[in-house]
Design a binder for this molecule. Structure first.
Ligand SMILES: CSCC[C@H](NC(C)=O)C(=O)O
Ligand SMILES: [Zn+2]
Ligand SMILES: [Zn+2]
Length: 404
């Protein structure tokens, strides 16, 4: 027997169906959807467009004492591209598939990363408004663009804007990942993303000759050294405790993601470039690491280009007695979740909130879940989604009720 689809699931699926996929995300349709949701629920709303075509949608659950610093629930609306031919279902049809135990999976790009979280904020607001409850602090939910492309026209400028300051945020909640086991991982710091390209220029000529001083000869020592760094970091990670994703924040990861050069087989390339995605652990000195990469380029006569250079990540220490942290933990315990602190292995918009001097925690209450962010056939388990709505309802009530 097919169980009829809960309305919260239909709304989530409608959100997933909006193609906010890079490189041409449909932000206009997304904004329209979010505003319609806000009006239906009875939330205040505002759209801030600091960069044309890059809307930040702000929803507001009004508190009884707006003079107190507000709570921020942030999520990004954009999703990463897909290899359509690798998917079993249309990535933007939000297909609901029944599985053996009667549960369902919802397939679609962005289901995990991170439309599920945005939908959970909306569903929790819906329940709170329906209950007629009002809490002390204002709660804002921001839906931001371009997180997947370094937030340069998203949270980065928004977090520095007057519009953001006007929200008077006191504490932030942001992106986490579904947990692959029984624990609920929460993040108070993250690694620094370092996308970097090394380009070598060298002598060209006929492919049959031993040309000296070629571009690839200059680039290879850099590739070799960084791949060696990868190896040493990986063995360190294995010693810490396997290559479990959530321990990765303690080491620096290195991946060679793009290799370019050459025009045809019998012409020695005049230029060659290698691009790496490096994630620098907060346990390393960031300035020293940048200098190490610059020296590596210079030593090998290569150009270096940092595609994006993050400010040092601020990990604002959140003590066990921090009143907001206490509430996060008690909401977890009420819902049978076991919170475990970790360094976020990837990057989230929480880094900009922290850089603005505001404590922020990344969390996702879905457990025993396959991790499929950025992967083919991304899906979420429906029962985990439904179970997470009261978690957020509770979390919002607790955070918004923290007295001064
Ligand atoms: C650094 S901007 C891109 C953001 C993306 N975040 C996640 C969580 O996938 C990443 O870490 O690649
Ligand atoms: Zn994300
Ligand atoms: Zn992502």
């Amino acid at each position: 027997m097919t169980i009829s689809e809960p309305a919260s699931v239909t709304r989530f699926r409608d959100y997933v169906k909006i193609e906010t996929v890079h490189p041409t995300p449909d932000y206009a349709k997304c904004t329209e959807f979010l505003i319609a949701q806000a009006e239906e629920i009875g939330l205040g709303h505002q759209v801030v467009e600091l960069v044309k075509g890059k809307p930040v949608v702000i929803l507001k659950l009004e508190g009884s004492d707006p003079s107190l610093p507000a709570i921020l629930l942030n999520s990004h609306t954009d999703v990463v591209p897909v290899y359509r031919e690798k998917w079993d279902y249309d990535p933007f049809a939000a297909t609901r598939v029944e599985v053996e135990n009667g549960d369902h999976r919802i397939y679609g790009r962005g289901t995990q990363d991170m439309k599920v979280t945005g939908s959970l904020y909306l569903e929790a607001f819906r329940q709170i408004k329906a209950s007629g409850k009002k809490f002390l602090r204002n709660v804002y939910s921001t839906f931001v663009p371009d997180e997947e492309i370094y937030s340069i026209e998203g949270m980065m400028p928004f977090s520095k804007s007057q519009e953001f300051k006007d929200l008077n945020i006191g504490f932030g909640i942001d992106e986490g990942g579904p947990s692959i086991n029984e624990n609920t991982y929460y993040f108070t710091s993250e690694r620094t993303t370092c996308p970097v390209t090394f380009t070598a220029h060298g002598n060209t000529g006929h492919g049959s000759q031993f040309i000296e001083g070629t571009a690839i000869e200059k680039l290879l020592p850099i590739i070799n050294e960084l791949m060696l760094l990868r190896e040493t970091q990986l063995s360190k990670l294995k010693k810490i405790g396997g290559i479990m994703l959530f321990n990765q924040g303690q080491v620096t990861s290195v991946n060679l993601t793009m290799l370019e050069g050459g025009k045809q087989p019998n012409v020695v390339p005049a230029t060659f470039s290698a691009t790496f995605d490096i994630r620098i652990t907060p346990l390393l000195d960031l300035a020293e690491f940048y200098k190490y990469l610059e020296d590596l380029a210079e030593k090998n006569e290569c150009d270096i280009e940092f595609h994006y250079r993050d400010e040092p990540n601020k990990s604002l220490k959140i003590t066990e007695t921090n009143p907001f942290m206490v509430e996060i933990k008690s909401a977890c315990s009420k819902h049978g979740l076991n919170p475990v602190e970790m360094v976020m292995p990837a990057a989230t918009d929480a880094r900009f909130v922290r850089q603005a001097g505001i404590q922020a925690v990344g969390i996702n209450p879905m457990i025993n879940h396959k991790l499929l962010a950025h992967d083919h056939n991304e899906y979420i388990i429906e029962s985990e989604y439904i179970k997470s709505i009261p978690f957020y309802t509770d979390l919002i009530e607790r955070l918004a009720s923290v007295p001064n």
